[in-house]
Design a protein around this ligand. Structure first.
Ligand code: PHE
Length: 470
């Protein structure tokens, strides 16, 4: 019996065995957090929502809401060592909480279905960079037109989307997390260094000041109902919280490691990368007199122009898009893993079957997202002026993630029982409990009151309900 158990476990949950080192968890979790959300989504959403003021709201959301929620989510995972549905079931077997877990699996599918499309663009841009295409652009407008001509090509956009899904599948299937971990160890710092170089290049461009002003001088008139909600959604999106990815990764975490310290490291690294990407992109953007609110294509038509103007730009552009693809890949595997772990744990499916099924389902569901840039660009969703892609991105990231975070906080703060939660949190964090207990107290308070109340208020505010009530 005793001998058999680890084997069984290994067969059922092969990856839980592999992330037993502290650095392994941090790398995997940071890999999930750092991705297109930082380099693609943050700059374009910030650009559309007024720059600096948006950043301030975003940072507040990270510190007051995101960080306590991140700790809670990792904790639920580590305490139960299960997938999102199984974890809630194990702690409180009531329909509502099982639905919360299920909501996470659905959200993972929706996010992956549009994220995979954009990840495909970065893969496609590796090929463009190698071909030297960026040097042919006479103006930034030409770069934009070229980007549009690519995304209007159904074969290009669905082809690269399919390729990216295949890559994600291969990694999740073969469970080479160790390879990814080892890879991330080299690639992530490289991405960091490259972004810093791009940032310096951006700052030294002519007229870069305009970009810096846009980034660091808040214009509060730009903040409205929707941008506050978008900032909250982005805080959740960029840290991969609110849908069970961190819960699933937390389920592979050792009880000897400190969750709060890991969470702070993940949040800091993630935020830093977003800010550096923001500076790199907006200094360049303003110096080339481009539109800040250019939308989802932003980095794909701004960065090639910067590369074409810098020494060594050819090599830099290739390395950049390869690293961007890798950063995206370490995020997509965490999204697919959430779905797969559910079928493997709860439905006792073979890993292979689960991977095939989930990836195929996501791909099919993602086709309208890919078509949103061409065949379906005129399609409006529920009569709102949005493409299918915009609608999916908004619903999943801006509504479902904060809603998930709200429910996770309520769950830990009010239903699981804070005492039980604290007992689990303590393991690995004994030092913190002994020396700085106020931090734990603050976390308790945040989770019980601040996080749910803030999310609730922001949701009301953005729906315009607060104005009606007060
Ligand atoms: N955090 C990832 C990024 O910023 C996206 C993501 C969201 C990944 C939710 C997993 C879960 O790119």
């Amino acid at each position: 019996m005793y001998d058999k158990k680890p084997e069984e476990m290994q067969e059922r949950k092969p990856k839980r065995e592999q992330w037993n080192s502290k650095i392994g968890f941090i790398l995997a979790a940071a890999g999930s957090a750092i991705g297109l959300g930082n380099i693609w989504r943050f700059p374009y959403i910030m650009g559309e929502n007024g720059g600096a003021a948006f950043i301030v709201v975003f940072l507040l959301c990270i510190i007051i809401i995101g960080l306590p929620a991140l700790i809670a989510e990792i904790l639920i995972g580590r305490a139960t060592q299960l997938n999102p549905v199984g974890a809630f079931k194990a702690l409180r077997n009531k329909p509502l909480w099982r639905i919360v877990g299920g909501m996470g699996i659905v959200t993972a599918c929706i996010i992956l279905s549009f994220y995979g499309v954009v990840a495909g663009w970065s893969l496609g841009y590796v090929v463009e960079a190698v071909s030297g295409k960026f040097y042919e652009f006479a103006s930034p407008d030409a770069a934009r037109e070229y980007f549009e001509s690519l995304t209007q090509n159904v074969g290009w956009i669905t082809g690269y989307f399919a390729m990216f899904m295949l890559l994600t599948m291969t990694l999740v299937y073969s469970g080479v997390q160790k390879g990814i971990e080892r890879g991330s160890k080299i690639m992530m710092p490289l991405l960091f260094v490259l972004l810093i170089i791009l940032m310096i290049k951006g700052i030294t461009l002519e007229d870069s000041k305009k970009g810096l002003v846009f980034l660091f001088k808040p214009d509060w008139s730009k903040i409205n109902h929707e941008s506050v909600l978008l900032a909250l959604g982005q805080a959740f999106f960029t840290m991969s919280i609110g849908m069970g990815a961190m819960l699933t990764y937390g389920s592979y975490m050792s009880k000897k490691d400190s969750i709060p310290s890991a969470a702070v490291k993940i949040a800091t690294l993630d935020t830093l990368i977003s800010l550096i990407a923001g500076v790199a992109i907006f200094t360049a953007l303003f110096s080339f007199n481009q539109e800040a609110g250019a939308g989802p294509g932003l980095i794909f038509h701004i960065l090639p122009v910067v590369f074409s103007k810098m020494t060594g730009g050819f090599i830099f552009s290739i390395v950049f898009f390869i690293l961007l693809s890798i950063a995206a890949l370490t995020s997509t595997i965490s999204l697919l893993e959430v779905m797969v772990s559910y079928f493997v744990d709860e439905k006792q499916w073979k890993r292979k079957r689960a991977v095939l099924f989930c990836a195929l389902l996501t791909f099919i569901f993602g086709i309208p997202n890919a078509l949103s840039f061409n065949k379906m660009s005129g399609f409006t969703f529920f009569g709102i002026e949005n493409t299918f892609f915009d609608a999916m991105e908004f619903i999943s990231s801006t509504i479902m993630l904060p809603a998930g975070g709200f429910l996770i906080a309520i769950f830990v703060g009010w239903f699981w029982g804070l005492d039980k939660a604290l007992a689990k949190l303590k393991s690995g964090a004994e030092e913190l409990f002994k020396k700085n207990y106020w931090i734990i107290k603050l976390w308790k308070f945040s989770l019980k009151y601040l996080v749910p109340v803030f999310i609730f208020l922001i949701l009301l505010y953005s729906l315009g309900l607060i104005d009606k009530i007060l």
